[in-house]
Design a binder for this molecule. Structure first.
Ligand SMILES: Cc1cc2nc3c(=O)[nH]c(=O)nc-3n(C[C@H](O)[C@H](O)[C@H](O)COP(=O)(O)OP(=O)(O)OC[C@H]3O[C@@H](n4cnc5c(N)ncnc54)[C@H](O)[C@@H]3O)c2cc1C
Length: 417
């Protein structure tokens, strides 16, 4: 089928989820060694398509596949982990609050296994941390991404690197997504979409409303000078990248140029040998979705127990500005929750998000965006999407009992009964 014809059919909503007829090369094996035939045109079908294999998306894909859903993970880079690995923020937190573990499940499994295999050390969670970051976990970013990949493949996730969605259209029973990558054009027919792109790219492509500040928090370019870099044992240094914006390739390019330029200026001012630099800038903030529920600062700092909570979150309110950051600790005993409604774009069907784009106001987001809650959201979104595809419904209509049951069977800590 010609591309124009595909788009016309998709736009008319006439296409049905039966993608094997879409193009010549069908790519239905879990992880084929070679792409489709000749011209790079491939078709793939899935119950659940996760876009973005970063902090949240990796976990979402594993959960979805472990729940028995045919799962495809589309990642524009060449490895998993996103900000945790490619960004170099290999310091996930916080899994513990007030003396007990509050986030576990697949994210914790991956973090703790990578620490153990690396011969690293977990913080002593029995003691009050003093500074909150002392309870974050140092992981070896390289090992983490390999283990993440292994877990995905073992669960049956089909990983597609170097591709990103070019068009998305509604189809009977789900979506038709056209993705592109070097030498590849793929049509993916899926029942459920999980947007884990960090900046809600998929939600944006569907013209659903998103929130964004005029000036976003600075990003950072992470690096190390002098001595040697010991991943999993130290936190990298960082230069702020003001105006860093992950919205599109133009703004991402600019952030990388700016980050490297300020690092060079620093090296000229304070000469030192540059021995390590991440391959791209890490982004703190861009778009957030407008969900069925918007988590407010008041909800966050009061630890509002949402009725449809699917996980906990714990971190200070942590807003970076041009002059730095002054984390504001949560009051004693406060334990915020994240509702399913904050992962579902308002008035949508068959789509859910996870990660830093969670529906929340800016101050709430500054605490919610850290890695342990992103992983917990990822697991919840993966569970809801898998169940929705199996029950032929939309994530918001899956019973909480089913979602929470599936999450608990997969090791997650879930608020509510
Ligand atoms: C400098 C910095 C320091 C931080 N410090 C900490 C800390 O100490 N501890 C902590 O826990 N958290 C920290 N955070 C926050 C945390 O790291 C991030 O908020 C979190 O990792 C975001 O996870 P995510 O899954 O939403 O996005 P990401 O991990 O960024 O994943 C998004 C993924 O989607 C992919 N992608 C994007 N668009 C597309 C597309 N169109 N198609 C296909 N793939 C796409 C990306 O390549 C990426 O892999 C920090 C963040 C920054 C930037």
């Amino acid at each position: 089928m010609a591309r124009r014809q595909f788009l016309r059919q998709s736009a008319a909503g006439a296409a049905v989820i039966a993608s094997s007829e879409l193009v010549s090369g069908s790519d239905s094996s879990p992880q084929p060694r070679a792409a489709g035939k000749g011209d790079g045109n491939i078709s793939t079908d899935a119950d659940v398509l996760v876009v973005g294999g970063g902090t949240a998306g990796t976990i979402a894909a594993i959960q979805s596949a472990r729940a028995g859903a045919k799962t495809v993970l589309l990642e524009r880079n060449g490895q998993l982990g996103g900000t945790t690995t490619v960004g170099g923020v290999a310091f996930p937190g916080l899994f513990h609050a007030w003396g007990k573990q509050i986030i576990a499940g697949i994210g914790w499994e991956l973090v703790s296994e990578s620490v153990a295999m690396d011969g690293g050390k977990l913080p002593d969670f029995t003691k009050p941390p003093g500074a909150h970051w002392r309870h974050q976990v140092q992981v070896n970013q390289f090992l983490y991404s390999i283990l993440a990949e292994e877990k995905c493949l073992k669960a049956g996730v089909k990983i597609v690197y170097y591709e990103f969605p070019l068009s998305i259209a509604k189809a009977t029973g789900g979506w038709l997504v056209e993705s592109v990558g070097p030498g590849t054009r793929r049509k993916i027919a899926c029942k459920q979409l999980v947007d884990c792109t960090g900046g809600a790219d998929v939600v944006g492509m569907l013209d659903m409303p998103r929130l964004r500040e005029k000036e976003t928090q600075p990003g950072s370019m992470l690096f190390k000078c002098g001595g040697s870099y010991s991943p999993g044992r130290e936190q990298l240094r960082a230069v702020y990248v003001h105006g860093a914006d992950s919205s599109n390739s133009i703004t991402r390019t600019q952030a990388n140029l700016d980050g490297r330029k300020s690092l060079l200026a620093r090296l000229r001012k304070k000469p030192a040998r540059l021995i390590h630099m991440q391959s791209e800038a890490a982004f703190r903030e861009s778009y957030r979705i407008v969900g069925e529920t918007i988590i407010t600062h008041k909800d966050y700092v009061s630890g509002r127990p949402f009725k449809d909570a699917v996980c906990y979150a714990f971190y200070p309110v942590d807003l970076h500005t041009r002059s730095g950051v002054r984390p504001k600790q949560l009051g004693k005993g406060v334990l915020p929750t994240i509702p399913l409604g904050a992962l579902v774009p308002k008035n949508s069907r068959n789509i859910i998000v996870a990660g830093r784009c969670v529906s929340s106001d800016r101050l709430a987001n500054s605490g919610l965006r850290v890695q342990a809650p992103c992983m917990a959201m990822g697991q919840a979104a993966g569970a809801a999407a898998a169940l929705a595809s199996q029950q032929k419904t939309t994530p918001l209509d899956v019973s909480l009992k089913d979602i929470r049951g599936l999450l608990r069977r997969n090791g997650a800590i879930v608020p509510g009964a």
